[in-house]
Write a protein that binds this ligand. Structure first.
Ligand code: GDP
Ligand code: IMO
Ligand code: MG
Length: 423
């Protein structure tokens, strides 16, 4: 397989987990490069549902190596829980098929607590985070006061550094009126997790360098989506990492000239979970999808906000990620819709936008300009070949790919592996 970066081209939950699982068949190695356990990637194997948070979705395939790269922030207690959960389901997870970067940063309990307290303080301006401590953990990394896995597995150094961090963070928590943390409790729980994880922890940059040299096929698994990117998203309603394709390089230590292609995953419509503008948000499609029991968050269980396909956004995503190929998922979600709308531009007063405006207050005022497509009004979930799609489905898929500006190569009509059509 060509070295592939897979990104979410919308606001997250595009169906990346499913597409990663499918593409892993042809890969040797799957690497997570950013984010933390805010992610929730769903994969179905037969009737069995797996939701991966930190471990790459490639873990469900035998004889593949999964890597958690340096750009990821790791809650080690939660990661041990995820490993144990997979072991219970008879999925193999050993230091042979899971490698964890020693320079990945730790998410600590004060990060989670601060995440929650800041959201309360923000009141109606809250971000709607997953409360997994992601923002404060990346904040500490950038402020150069973070602790890394390499510290966690060095007992003396970990105790020394943690003591200082708990002291400072307890002062901050006190100011919020929150309960201070016990050094001993945090220390003991994290050290126990560190002992469990130690055999998995290694220099993944060197490992990936050697793998690249020997021409292994590597799939870089993105988490979240383009418009949750800390630089290119709808700031401040974003997550705290680079979710766009550049994040795959910095988060793995593999340089851009070793990457061959970028695959953008997108839904045939749009969803977002959490606060922030969503220009095409629409009650009709929200009610329809929620009524079908779909579009509830895989990490927090929150109902996702739903809207029509936003080609302004996906075109922008092609621009900032360099998307070559598109994987469109959840086509079957539109099977019953009479008239399908696609946003082709935004308007604010007399001004028209064909890209996402940077000012989030302007974006919030954007009114979509829609093109309409006749719905196909027939189930697509059993279709296995592109030629068997109704003409109206083909026309819709061709239109959204053309508007997005990349080549459609995968069409997904259901959560299962078999419900995937390659073009
Ligand atoms: P991710 O975070 O991008 O991996 O996406 P999530 O797993 O959070 O959410 C995507 C949801 O869509 C999951 O419940 C998947 O099982 C489901 N899914 C993915 N592709 C399809 C599809 O083509 N059709 C249907 N019906 N469900 C899909
Ligand atoms: P996957 O990988 C969808 C959203 C949160 C919130 C914002 C910031 O499953 O696509 P954070 O906890 O990261 O500080 O929250 O980002 N968010 C996601 N939305 N899918 C995700 O991951 C997300 N991870 C974070 O809802 O709006
Ligand atoms: Mg998800």
């Amino acid at each position: 397989m060509a070295n592939t970066i897979l990104v979410g081209a919308q606001w997250g939950d595009e169906g990346k987990g499913k597409i990663i699982d499918v593409l892993t068949e042809d890969a040797d190695i799957v690497v997570r490069t950013q984010g933390g356990n805010n992610a929730g990637h769903t994969v179905f194997l037969g009737p069995k549902k797996y939701v991966l948070h930190l471990i790459p979705s490639g873990i469900l395939r035998k004889k593949k190596v999964c890597v958690i790269g340096n750009g990821v922030v790791i809650d080690p207690v939660s990661l041990v829980g995820e490993i144990d959960g997979l072991l219970k389901l008879n999925i193999e997870v050993t230091p042979k098929n899971l490698l964890i970067s020693e320079t990945a940063h730790l998410v600590l309990p004060y990060h989670r607590e601060l995440d929650a307290q800041r959201e309360v303080l923000k009141g109606k301006n809250k971000i709607g985070t997953t409360k997994r401590g992601i923002g404060p953990a990346y904040g500490d990394k950038v402020s150069r006061v973070g602790l890394r896995l390499i510290d966690l597995i060095n007992p003396e150094r970990f105790a020394e550094k943690l003591k200082i961090r708990i002291k400072e963070n307890n002062e901050i928590l006190k100011a919020f009126g929150a309960k201070p943390l016990s050094f001993k409790q945090v220390h003991d729980a994290y050290r126990a997790a560190g002992d469990r994880l130690k055999p998995f922890i290694t220099n993944t940059v060197v490992y990936l360098h050697h793998a690249t040299e020997r021409k292994a096929g590597i799939l870089y698994e993105g988490a979240q989506g383009t418009f949750l990117d800390i630089d290119h998203g709808t700031y401040p309603y974003v997550t705290s990492s680079n979710t766009t394709s550049g994040g795959a390089c910095t988060g793995s230590g593999v340089p851009p000239n070793k990457m061959d292609r970028v695959v953008g995953v997108l839904k045939a419509y749009t969803t977002r979970v959490g606060e922030g503008p969503l220009p095409t948000e629409n009650a009709e499609i929200s009610d329809l999808l929620h009524g079908m029991g779909r579009e509830f968050g895989s990490t927090t269980g929150r109902a996702r906000r739903c809207g029509w396909f936003d080609a302004v956004a996906t075109r922008h995503a092609t621009m900032v990620n360099g998307i070559d190929e598109l994987a469109v998922t959840n086509i079957d979600g539109l099977d019953t819709v009479e008239n399908i709308k696609v946003c082709i531009a935004y308007r604010v007063g007399t001004k028209q936008y064909d890209h996402i405006p940077n000012d989030v207050e302007v974006l919030a005022k954007c009114v979509p300009v829609y093109a309409e497509f006749a719905g196909w009004k027939t189930p697509t979930d059993k279709i296995t070949k592109f030629k068997d799609f109704p003409a109206k489905t083909k026309a819709y898929l061709k239109a959204i790919a053309d508007l997005t500006g990349a080549k459609l190569t995968i069409a997904s009509v259901g959560p299962a592996r078999e419900q995937t059509i390659f073009l």
